[in-house]
Write a protein that binds this ligand. Sequence first.
Ligand code: GDP
Ligand code: ZN
Length: 334
Amino acid sequence: MSKRRISRQQRWRIEKIQAERSARAQRRADDAESSLNEGELGPEQTGIVVSHFGQQLDVEGRDGEQQRCHVRSNIDGLVTGDRVIWRPGKPTGVVVAREPRQSLLQRPDNFNRLKPVAANIDLIVIVIAPEPLAHANLIDRYLVAAEHSDITPMLLLNKADLLDPERDATLLGMVERYRDIGYRLITASCKEDGGLSELKQLLDQHISAFVGQSGVGKSSLVNHLLPGTDTRVGALSEAHAKGRHTTTTARLYHFPEGGSLIDSPGIREFALWNLGPEEVLHGFVEFRPFIGHCRFRDCKHEQEPGCALREAVEQGDIHPERFASYQQIIDSIR
Ligand code: GDP
Ligand code: ZN
């Protein structure tokens, strides 16, 4: 037996013992860590996602307290408005499950793939105004998009203080038409005392989103309805994400008089994304009783004889302006 052989055998035994020791230590550490985590996490409870930043979320529990949470890797695509099951913890809690969604707002990313933006919105408030003047076709686009997402849309005619019955006769006639179709219409003003009281009542019990073209008063409305809340874009990124770019992050707010708002620049620009002709057609709710009754199954509702939709226009059951608007949208998506 040479010295060298003995030392090799010894070295082997020493290494084996060390490996066993370190494996034991690792097991102890793992056990300690998992029992620590288990001990630190509170019981499962329901909550709602109020904002999201990459891999982390802010969840609001039943008590109204909010906590930063991680998400179990088997749940993906959580967005603001999602109702979740979560466990509070220090410093972060963990989301363990997502509850079924009532609605999902999606918009295309830079590669034209639809991405979820916000969940469980149940009221889309389409804000219009006499200035900049509301156009029927734009309103119809919002309505079709909302109908497609299975979210109830309504019209909010803002800047009522600027309304002049004579000058705005066309606008007032147009909004009446939407009321005839069955859409709710509220007239409001940010510049008059009590100008928002009817709106406040309606928002109670809902999770709403405000959409509409620039300048109609969405920011003014949100500021009046959420006094003392900084809803500015970027206010979040400094406070929470340390400069990370979160300008498109949707956030959920509670109105002091009841109901919630999910707001983000992306949601305010809500539009007809990735809809096909059939989806557009069904988005015109008063057309639905006539769909499927044309003479030709593949009727394009253009010049074909026996088109049930065109007959409905002639009979006065569909307003010609809505039909023209439908055709305009179809042309634009082709
Ligand atoms: P947004 O682009 O839709 O967010 O619209 P803003 O809230 O920035 O409002 C655009 C302009 O309309 C601002 O100058 C507001 O002061 C004004 N504005 C908003 N609401 C009303 C209102 O009810 N009446 C009047 N007269 N002006 C309003
Ligand atoms: Zn037809």
